[in-house]
Design a protein around this ligand. Structure first.
Ligand code: CAP
Ligand code: MG
Length: 462
């Protein structure tokens, strides 16, 4: 692979003196070069192939403002803890700057066709991971951003000062519309703000999508009337084409739904189309990150989920699953903090501990509500509140629908646990250390919480 083939450095894609402009897009890659491939050359190759270059010099380069359009790899650092004497082969962080003119305004598809288009298959690299990106304000301004955002979502729901509560209907597949609606009703009536469809429920033979929508919205209406609260159910409108997704979303809207849901697997352009639909229709847009772990989990290849958080904030979703720390799915506290900050802050300063390599100004794009889901239960309420803060939806699927006394009791247990914890926190108590005591005290007046704690007390996924 080595020097004989790779001439990107020579072609001008390695520029150690370059200082990125405020208007440049900057990407931070983790590169594992093949043996014998020099790190700067590898970085230059990534810069070249993700911007203007091909494997050889071409005549037509002279017909363009090549200097401007070439991406510039300007810094390469060995990754600490990799290389000789460690258990990992030598990796490098490579910083690459891209001129703004390389990208079509307002198109995640165009951005990604460059940045993750060809480079991950390069023979000269053993592995490649996109760790982070700095998106310039001028570019962010060409994106809609979240259709509703945290602030307006809370206003519409009239719910403040605490995390929102949800649950995914289970079993994932197989219920008929009427039984499904019953689960939704009980969850909402018991105290949840939202119920939701699962990532893989669309329109299967056991339940046509219209039946699901009708029974769920009946449940939402009845539960709202019974409790006097605004309630919702994320109707998953994911379908084979955007036209069908819009048809489903319009039906949801016509039934009075405040929220619809899509899966990340529908693709970036479909997500942006749905975000525009959501804004036109005053509807909250929930995104399930289905599929992301296929490329975000390995530490040396693929991309970090924080980059997906950035792209999805630009694309315009209002909710996104972003991890729980304590649940059944992968994620450590500091990394997840970085995801949550990326979604919720107006500026995120560089913070290497949290995996944030760049200062990022969000250019007034609305804030995305992170969603914590996957194997969580009432007994972890103090940990969830401490790790994830207040602007988050806590979703307990099994941890609601698996309650020994039924779904409504499961929902009540979660609501009481949450309110007790928020109250204790507001009184200045140390909820991290006193959490179990606070829950026990609340459970004295709430049998459903007592039963939830007894059932799941010892469940952890560490
Ligand atoms: C949770 C869930 C969610 C995952 C998504 C599931 O169910 O419905 O899809 O949490 O993961 O299918 O596993 P439980 P993430 O609450 O019963 O575990 O939020 O990490 O993307
Ligand atoms: Mg699910």
């Amino acid at each position: 692979y080595a020097a004989g083939v790779l001439k990107y450095r020579q072609m001008g894609y390695w520029q150690p003196d370059y200082r990125p402009l405020d208007t440049d897009v900057v990407a931070l890659f983790r590169i594992t070069p093949q043996e014998g491939v020099d790190a700067e050359e590898a970085a230059a190759a990534v810069a070249g192939e993700s911007s203007t270059a091909t494997w050889t010099v071409v005549w037509t380069d002279r017909l363009t403002a090549c200097e401007l359009y070439r991406a510039k790899a300007y810094r390469v650092d060995p990754v600490p803890g990799t290389g000789p004497g460690t258990r990992t082969e030598q990796q490098y962080f490579a910083w690459i700057a891209y001129d703004l003119d390389l990208f079509e305004p307002g198109s995640i598809a165009n951005l990604t066709a460059s940045i993750i288009g060809n480079v991950f298959g390069f023979k000269a690299l053993r592995a490649l991971r996109l760790e982070d990106m700095r998106l310039p304000v001028a570019y962010l301004k060409t994106f809609q951003g979240p259709a509703t955002g945290i602030v307006v979502e809370r206003e519409r729901l009239d719910k403040f000062g605490r995390p929102l509560l949800g649950a995914t209907t289970k079993p994932k597949l197989g219920l008929s519309g009427r039984n499904y609606g019953r689960v939704v009703y009980e969850g909402l009536k018991g105290g949840l703000d939202f119920m939701k469809d699962d990532e893989n429920i669309n329109s299967q033979p056991f339940m046509h999508w219209r039946d699901r929508f009708l029974y769920c919205m009946e449940a939402v209406a009845r539960a709202s009337a019974a409790t006097g609260e605004v309630k919702g159910h994320y109707l998953n409108v994911t379908a084979g084409t955007v036209e069908e997704m819009i048809e489903r979303a319009e039906f949801a809207r016509s039934l009075g739904s405040v929220i619809v849901m899509i899966d990340l697997v529908v693709g970036y352009s479909a997500i942006q189309s749905m975000a525009k639909w959501a804004r036109r229709n005053d509807t909250i847009l929930h995104l399930h990150r289905a599929g992301n772990s296929t490329y975000s989990r390995q530490k040396n290849h693929g991309m970090n989920f924080r980059v997906i958080c950035k792209w999805m904030r630009m694309a315009g979703v209002d909710h996104i699953h972003a991890g729980t720390v304590v649940g059944k799915l992968e994620g450590d506290p500091l990394m997840i903090r970085g995801f949550y900050d990326t979604l919720r802050e107006t500026r995120t300063p560089a913070n290497l501990e949290h995996g944030l390599f760049f200062d990022q100004d969000w250019a007034s794009l609305n804030k995305v509500m992170p969603v914590a889901s996957g194997g969580i239960h009432a007994g972890q309420m103090h940990q969830l509140l401490t790790y994830l803060g207040e602007d988050v939806v806590l979703q307990f699927g099994g941890g609601t629908i698996g309650h020994p006394q039924g779904i409504q009791a499961g929902a009540t247990a979660n609501r009481v646990a949450l309110e007790a914890m928020v109250l204790a926190r507001n009184e200045g108590r140390d909820i991290w250390n006193e959490g179990p005591e606070i829950l026990d005290a609340a459970a004295r007046d709430c049998m459903p919480l007592r039963q939830a704690l007894d059932t799941w007390k010892d469940v952890t996924f560490d």
